[in-house]
Design a protein around this ligand. Structure first.
Ligand code: PMP
Length: 355
């Protein structure tokens, strides 16, 4: 029997076991076609049927109106940091950004290459009070509702005079959202959706227009929308896994069930972190992430010992991002309650031995 391992990686993250087991079969013989899913034409009837079903499942799970297009794009969420300005800027090339942490900053740095960027809110305050003063003379507002490294999240989205674009890489599909509060949502797939390298963009059709001059054809939202994301050969295997994950989510009871599952996991872990002061998390309680829980030991020097012992106990990838250090547990949809319970037992035991 394989050793029981719980993988707390922030991405590529753990995927549902049922999906992986089915994928094993599909790698050899997909849908009784006698050939591998890796060798199926993206123009074949069977593949297109799978893609159509995937889109229906996305719409059903997130309640996405027909006025929004769903695009599957290459390049990870990082490429979107450039594609958002390239595709959404008007001639004035001006946008507002909210900076709640690491990934906001990366988006801001990239967008600055293409135009005039105003940062209108910053830090924990920006997440705690989301009634930001949004200027009316910009092309869009960009925000990051879940900061994967900092463990900061906000869910209250303000009314805005300009389109709102959200990087939901690490929070999409973790709970129901009101898509119509946004004009565009994008998300790297490697946390709650599927394999890395793929991005899902949900974009209101009113935003589909000519991109800035010289934007590569493949990177134009309008072109990708006109071609149902099949302008070129997409990452077919990533599409396949995504389709399977969405079906798995429906079998779990959809996003309402996921919200309960995820909130419960996060609440248990934060309660343990806050219990005695041996561990701590610096984020104000009102904006703590359900998905990514960074924490530290009061005695930082014990952290490498904690990580090594955790790994030996089958609790892997608990190290914080290399830019901040410390520890972090990512609790995406596919992390079972048993994983969190195993982590709590380990934390209690480690504290007893070292506290
Ligand atoms: N935005 C957020 C919120 C992320 O968590 C990440 C990756 N962890 C990225 C953007 C970058 O994604 P990618 O590595 O897929 O480009």
């Amino acid at each position: 029997m394989n050793k029981q391992v719980f993988n707390f990686c922030s991405g590529p993250a753990v995927l549902p076991e049922a999906v992986l087991t089915e994928a094993q079969q599909a790698l050899v013989n997909w849908q009784d076609s006698g050939t591998s899913i890796l060798s199926i034409s993206h123009r074949s009837e069977a593949f297109l049927a799978m893609a159509a079903e995937m889109e229906r499942d996305f719409r059903e799970l997130l309640n996405i109106p027909q006025s929004y297009k769903i695009l599957l794009l290459p390049g990870g969420a990082t490429l979107q940091f450039a594609l958002v300005p390239l595709n959404l800027f008007s001639d004035r090339r001006r946008a507002a950004y909210v900076d709640t942490g690491h990934w906001s900053k990366r988006a801001i740095e990239e967008a600055k290459k293409y135009g005039d960027i105003q940062v209108i809110a910053k830090g924990y305050e920006a997440a705690l009070e989301t009634d930001w003063r949004i200027p009316a003379d910009v092309d869009y507002l960009h925000c990051t509702p879940n900061e994967t490294i900092d463990g900061v999240e906000f869910t209250k989205i303000p009314k805005s005079p300009v389109p709102i674009v959200a990087d939901m890489s690490s929070t999409i599909l973790s709970r129901p959202i009101n898509v119509t509060e946004f004009n565009m949502i994008y998300a790297g797939a490697q946390k709650n959706i599927g394999p890395s390298g793929l991005v899902i963009a949900i974009i209101h059709e009113a935003l589909l227009k000519e991109a800035l001059p010289n934007t590569p054809t493949l990177l134009q939202y309008k072109v990708q929308s006109d071609y149902q994301s099949l302008y070129n050969t997409p990452s077919t295997f990533a599409w396949y896994i995504t389709a399977q994950v969405l079906q798995w989510l429906k079998r779990q009871g959809g996003l309402a069930a996921m919200a309960v599952h995820n909130q419960t996991k996060a609440a248990k872990l934060y309660a343990e972190i806050d219990k005695t002061g041996f561990y701590y998390n610096p984020v104000p309680k009102a904006c703590r992430s359900w998905m990514n829980v960074p924490f530290r030991l009061q005695n930082h020097q014990l952290e490498p010992v904690f990580l090594q012992a955790a790994e030996a106990a089958g609790l892997i990838n608990l190290q914080g991002h290399r830019s901040v250090g410390g520890l972090r547990a990512s609790l995406y949809n596919a992390m079972p309650m048993a994983g969190v319970e195993a982590l709590l037992r380990f934390m209690q035991d480690f504290e007893k031995r070292n506290g």
